[in-house]
Design a binder for this molecule. Structure first.
Ligand code: NAI
Ligand code: MG
Length: 354
């Protein structure tokens, strides 16, 4: 299978972590039937300083004509507000990437890095957030005028149906047993529409347990009984906030991966962290969020679930031997970004060769 992958390294630690993601992709290209062709699509603060555009037309054309996009992170200190955000917003909106998929899994090796007490971790944290990614407040429709400001939160039946259906299918295809819908239906009209549609669609999936919960209550239970949740589907802004809260439960922001997906079309995979200017250039960033984003790309865009699982297994094995400084362990070697990527690659090479 031949696929073209656009690569946006971005700013700060973006290029450092993307190099490790590329290492994994090249390994897969070398050792399996997959052949990957890489095309650079520069975006972000550095290219804006050079060309006055944070997403040059040529880069966007490259992305649109590729099969998937691996994206680092963008943003530089001192950049005017909105410059970097514009690039991400344009990619999400113009490619209609309506699914934001964010798995949050606490690996056994990192239990001691979880900020929760052992009793609240229970039998483990393994939650997949499915966030609506194109409608609601983040459409950014509104105004700021003198002492008054307004944003509207538009939702459509089509927009709710497609994301909720995706979540049910994801749960079914990955053998989950329960799906939780997070809303604020006691107050918001948009949530009332959402909740009605959630229950309509649930009728087609009688084997899944379903649950509704208000956003404020969910924020409380997420840190008290995180082991209760499997698939969590929600609208755009709620999803932004709770998936970031979730990401803190797995040991480091550097561990969390994500996909911005339109099934069957070009989709974007990225670690959830930003460009981390405080550690850029030091070679200490954790590349695992990026490597797990490659896992998501294999699984969601290329239908290569086995390879995806092998990537994850390699990460788990590597965590038992060495760690970047953000997840350091007193008995294990501290590794640089590159060394962490090398260790995971070694593990993966063994699995791919089998
Ligand atoms: P950030 O995620 O870049 O950093 C937050 C903290 O986490 C920092 O202390 C950083 O050192 C640490 N961290 C982040 N990734 C890490 C990794 N892989 N390994 C180890 N430690 C890591 O968020 P911040 O500081 O709020 O934003 C910095 C810049 O990134 C801003 O310009 C912001 O706009 C941009 N940003 C870009 C995103 C994107 O491209 N999708 C997402 C979030 C922020
Ligand atoms: Mg966020």
């Amino acid at each position: 299978m031949r696929k073209t992958i656009a690569i946006t390294k971005g700013d700060g630690i973006g290029p450092e972590v993307i190099d490790e993601g590329l290492k994994i992709l090249k390994l897969i290209s070398n050792y399996t039937d997959n052949e990957f062709i890489f095309k650079e699509a520069p975006a972000g603060g550095a290219i804006w300083k050079e060309k006055g555009e944070s997403l040059p037309k040529k880069s966007f054309e490259t992305i649109k004509s590729s099969d998937a996009l691996l994206f680092g992170a963008i943003g530089l200190p001192g950049l005017p507000q909105g410059v970097a955000e514009f690039a991400i917003f344009k990619i999400r909106q113009d490619l209609d990437l309506y699914v934001n998929l964010r798995p949050i899994k606490l690996y056994d090796a990192l239990r001691d890095r979880c900020p929760l007490k052992e009793e609240f971790i229970g039998n483990g944290i393994n939650i997949t957030f499915v966030r609506e990614n194109t409608e609601g407040l983040y459409k950014n429709i509104g105004y700021l005028k003198d002492d008054e400001a307004q944003n509207i939160m538009p939702y459509t039946r089509k927009g709710c149906e497609r994301i909720i259906k995706y979540a049910f299918d994801y749960a079914t295809n990955n053998n989950y047993s329960k799906i939780t819908s997070v809303d604020k239906a006691n107050l918001l009209k948009t949530s009332q529409l959402w909740r009605n549609i959630f229950h309509e669609i649930a009728q087609d999936y009688p084997l899944l347990k379903i649950e509704d919960i208000y956003i404020d209550a969910f924020c409380q239970w997420l840190i008290r009984t995180p082991y209760m949740y499997e698939i969590v589907v929600t609208e755009n802004m709620f999803g932004d906030i709770i998936s970031d809260e979730g990401a803190f439960l797995i040991g480091s922001l550097g561990m969390a991966s994500s996909g911005n997906i339109h099934p069957g079309k070009v989709s974007m995979y990225e670690p959830i962290h930003g460009s981390a200017p405080d550690i850029a250039g030091k070679g200490i960033a954790n590349p695992i969020g990026t490597i797990l984003s490659v896992k998501l790309m294999m699984q969601e865009s290329f239908d290569q679930t086995t390879i995806g699982n092998e990537i994850e297994k390699s990460v788990e094995d590597a965590l038992l031997e060495g760690r970047t400084v953000d997840i350091k362990h007193p008995n294990l070697k501290i590794l640089s970004t590159k060394e962490m990527g090398d260790l995971i690659s070694e593990k993966l090479k063994i699995l791919l060769k089998k």
